[in-house]
Design a protein around this ligand. Structure first.
Ligand code: ZN
Length: 403
């Protein structure tokens, strides 16, 4: 059996420690995932909206950390033997989490104290984080006011400390809290931002608000009568800005524009694209009419034609117009374009063939898939190599179908 951790885990006492000598006291496996329980740990197990840490245990990567059945399980890339080992923390990832998580404390505290908006939930995502606030709608000005308040406290560099208190003392303190989890017993862990906030939390926090560096509220959306506010803090903010800059540079190059005109020019290009598409449809219609004139007047009961640089929509237009003009005919139309190859089998109202019956065989010969309703069967063709075979088969069917 595994032993419970002997003392309060080191990550709680010193969130800045990145290396620790530990004893692997138990190893196990769940659903093919090996895990180890240690006498102490630096790695934060997922909880309270903060993702699990990663790191290395000896030579083996720690992929996940979960608190389950009273023990902290380190899920490993490969099984490990019990005994002494060195535990290392993936520090850049953890520090990022500490920045986002501490920013959340600050935002939640200020949102409540200055604006009266309680925090309902917190989520730390891989790109951005969000808090759900008890505020029906938030204007841009309100978001800016909250952001300004947070930035003033970041600049102030307020110390952040954690401590454990007895349930009796906890009851007497003025703690901003959503209440303790059901079944909680024993001491309560508190985190305090000096002069700003006192709250219960088991997570890892920065030493001062100054280490948050900066926070940017990105947007708010309405949700369940409240508002979800998305934001980034810390080094992520610079990384995000660098990403925006690189994208903007590429867009400036593509559109041959400066930043200020990018949106206008992109909108203009989209309008041009729409107009171009409309023009193509119009010309395809005219082309179809011209082709129909030629095809409908032939003596053949089967009209067979192939078009380069055309697609399924053109075949549909053509097939429909053709059979309106010549209802005794059937047609096999194929096309190859930038989106691949297409086929269409259609039968006129006076034709002896049934498109629903012959279509699947043509699709098979053309290594394609299709479907249809009534007199039309169409789809994408995998290959047109056996097109002439399909055409010959259709001619045969037409001959056989004659009384
Ligand atoms: Zn916390």
């Amino acid at each position: 059996m595994s032993e419970p951790a002997r003392r309060i885990a080191t990550y709680e006492q010193d969130p800045y420690l990145t290396r620790l000598d530990v004893e692997v006291v138990f190893v196990g496996e769940i659903d093919g995932r090996p895990y180890a329980v240690l006498d102490d740990t630096l790695l934060y197990p997922e909880g309270g909206g903060q993702p699990a840490d990663r790191g290395r245990l000896g030579a083996v990567a720690v992929l996940d950390v979960q608190q389950e059945q009273g023990e902290i399980r380190h899920f490993l890339e490969a099984p490990l033997e019990p005994g002494a080992a060195v535990l290392e923390l993936d520090w850049p990832r953890r520090y990022d989490h500490m920045q986002q998580h501490t920013a959340q404390h600050l935002l939640s505290a200020l949102a409540l104290a200055r604006f009266g908006w309680a925090t309902r939930s917190f989520h730390l995502g891989p790109q951005t984080s969000d808090i759900e606030l008890d505020a029906a709608a938030l204007s841009d000005d309100q978001l800016t006011a909250l952001e300004d308040a947070a930035l003033a406290e970041i600049v102030a560099g307020r110390p952040i400390t954690t401590r454990r208190v007895s349930p009796e003392l906890y009851a007497k303190l003025d703690v901003r809290s959503r209440g303790l989890p059901a079944g909680h017993s024993g001491d309560v862990r508190l985190v305090e931002i000096q002069g700003i906030d006192l709250n219960t939390c088991g997570g890892t926090h920065l030493g001062t608000t100054g280490e948050i560096e900066a926070v940017k509220l990105l947007r708010a959306e309405k949700l369940r009568g409240g508002s979800r506010v998305h934001w980034v803090a810390g080094r992520r903010l610079r990384r995000r800005l660098a990403g925006h800059e690189a994208r903007n540079a590429e867009m400036r190059r593509l559109f041959d524009s400066d930043d200020a005109s990018l949106v206008e020019i992109a909108g203009l290009k989209l309008e041009q694209l729409d107009a171009g598409r409309r023009r193509i449809r119009q010309l395809e219609g005219r082309l179809a009419e011209a082709r129909v004139d030629a095809l409908a007047t032939s003596d053949e009961p089967l009209v067979s034609a192939h078009f380069d640089d055309a697609e399924g929509g053109f075949l549909r237009q053509l097939g429909r117009a053709l059979l309106e003009r010549a209802p005794a005919k059937a047609c096999l139309l194929t096309a190859s374009g930038t989106k691949g190859s297409f086929f269409l089998v259609a039968t006129g109202s006076e034709s002896s063939l049934d498109a629903g019956r012959i279509g699947p065989r043509v699709a098979e010969l053309l290594d394609g898939r299709g479907g249809g309703a009534g007199a039309v069967f169409q789809g994408k063709a995998g290959s047109l190599e056996r097109r002439s075979e399909a055409e010959a088969w259709l001619r045969g069917e037409l001959t056989n179908g004659k009384p």
